[in-house]
Design a protein around this ligand. Structure first.
Ligand code: GLV
Ligand code: MN
Ligand code: MN
Length: 427
């Protein structure tokens, strides 16, 4: 399975390898368990929505740990949190690593937070080893990766990368009607001590460690996934507008029933979103009814669509069918389709792939190349700097689920590969 072996130009020094012995598997695991208490929903599940109180508490704990190893905290207008270890040459662009701290409403203990805690453990190992590095290293917590509270997902990294402007999203509301702007002002009130960066600090490259969220590494018994890229993704909000009416008195033929026609839309979409190879992903994950009363015909339905495919032409083909299909089946209602997220399929930097493979090989860990089915902040960073991702196995490939699990040994191995790669890039 070592398919990357023998193709690598890098030599990693034994000094660097010694630093990896400072990674503590026990501490890394214990910190995951501490973090899982912020937003715990029991049974291992976590609901830590972006910019919620639970997420602020997790940030506070992270800042405490960062403080112990003298990392300096910064933030920016979208609430990304940067924890910086200064290098010997402060003029050089920093090496950056990180991930996200928010979760799905019924999320687990590892998605996102692993990349943060692996990065923190790598920086702790560097700190205790006393090794001097040329470049600064920044650990970053990207705001609102999941997108389950505020759309779109991967927001903090998209704004950092200049993909869109904060003004385009700050009036977006969560389910309770709270704007992103208000949630961000709660964040700045909570952390007044953090210096706000007006412009992004320059970076030389970006690495992100993550659980695989699929079963391939576990099934093949491989320790490290060297991520070649991420499949493309589009999100849509479909609004079906009808008219509310009395459930007992209004004949079916006189109704403009938003639920009935939204269901027709979904049935028709499921019919056209067919792929014999089973590569296409199509999901309706949210279905909200107004007024949501048992004895009133629905005046409005909003449902969401998530479509993914690794090839951009196929993704485009299926995405183009969304509006057409909905419009073709809606008879008495109005339908409005809005695209809320668009990520093209991405390919990561070949030199970084090679470096991650070399680091794993030097640690005698098996590797394989793998494509990500989930989207990640790394995709946005890939547009502005060389980017790579490291995957570690997760149990039965289960993710976005309270049962999400990983082995502490695998998590520690991923942190060692991340550390060795960071040392090479910053040293
Ligand atoms: C992010 O978690 C995604 O939906 O892929
Ligand atoms: Mn994630
Ligand atoms: Mn996720």
């Amino acid at each position: 399975m070592n398919d990357i072996k023998n193709t690598i130009p890098y030599i990693l020094s034994s000094d660097f390898l010694n630093v990896t012995s400072k990674i503590s598997e026990e501490l890394l695991w214990a910190r995951h368990m501490v973090m899982s208490e912020f937003g715990s929903i029991g049974g291992g599940g976590v609901n830590r929505q972006a910019l919620s109180v639970a997420e602020f508490d997790a940030r506070k704990k992270l800042l405490e740990w960062a403080n112990e190893i003298n990392l300096v905290g910064y933030t920016d207008a979208i609430g990304n949190l940067f924890l910086r270890r200064e290098g010997e040459d402060k003029t050089l662009p920093a090496v950056m690593t990180g991930s996200h701290i928010d979760t799905q409403p019924m999320g687990g203990r590892f998605d996102g937070i692993y990349g943060i805690l692996a990065g923190l453990e790598a920086l702790r190992a560097i700190d205790v080893s006393g090794i001097k590095l040329n470049r600064s290293i920044e650990l970053v917590v990207w705001t609102n990766e999941e997108g389950s509270r505020f759309s779109p997902g991967a927001m903090g990294s998209a704004i950092f990368s200049g993909y869109y402007n904060i003004n385009e999203v700050c009036e977006n509301k969560d389910d309770q009607g709270i704007t992103l702007r208000d949630a961000l002002s709660n964040l700045s009130n909570k952390f007044p001590e953090l210096v706000i960066r007006e412009t992004p600090s320059p970076i030389s490259c970006y690495l992100e460690a993550h659980i695989e969220q699929g079963p391939i590494l576990e099934n093949t018994g491989v320790s490290i996934g060297v991520v070649t890229g991420v499949q493309g993704c589009r999100w849509y909000t479909v609004e079906v507008i009808g008219e509310t009416a009395h459930a007992g008195t209004t004949p079916i033929t006189h109704r403009r029933d938003a639920v009935r026609e939204a269901v027709e839309c979904i049935k028709a979409l499921q019919e056209v979103m067919r792929d014999e190879l089973d590569i296409l992903r199509f999901t309706v994950g949210r279905f909200n009814v107004t007024p949501g009363s048992i004895n009133s015909v629905a005046s409005r339905v909003i449902f969401t669509i998530d479509i993914r495919h690794p090839e951009s032409t196929t993704l485009e083909h299926f995405s183009d069918l969304v509006e057409k299909t909905c419009k073709s089946v809606v008879l008495t209602c109005e339908v409005i389709v809005v695209e809320t997220l668009s990520h093209s399929p991405s390919s990561f930097d070949q030199a970084l792939l090679n470096l991650i493979g070399t680091a794993a090989n030097n640690l005698e860990l098996s590797t394989m190349k793998i494509t990500s089915g989930a989207f990640h902040d790394a995709q946005n960073l890939n547009n502005i700097s060389p980017t790579g991702m490291i995957f570690v196995p997760c149990e039965r490939g289960i993710s976005h689920n309270p049962a999400e699990n990983a082995k502490s040994e695998d998590l520690a191995n991923g942190a060692r590969v991340l550390l060795l790669s960071l040392l090479r890039l910053a040293g």
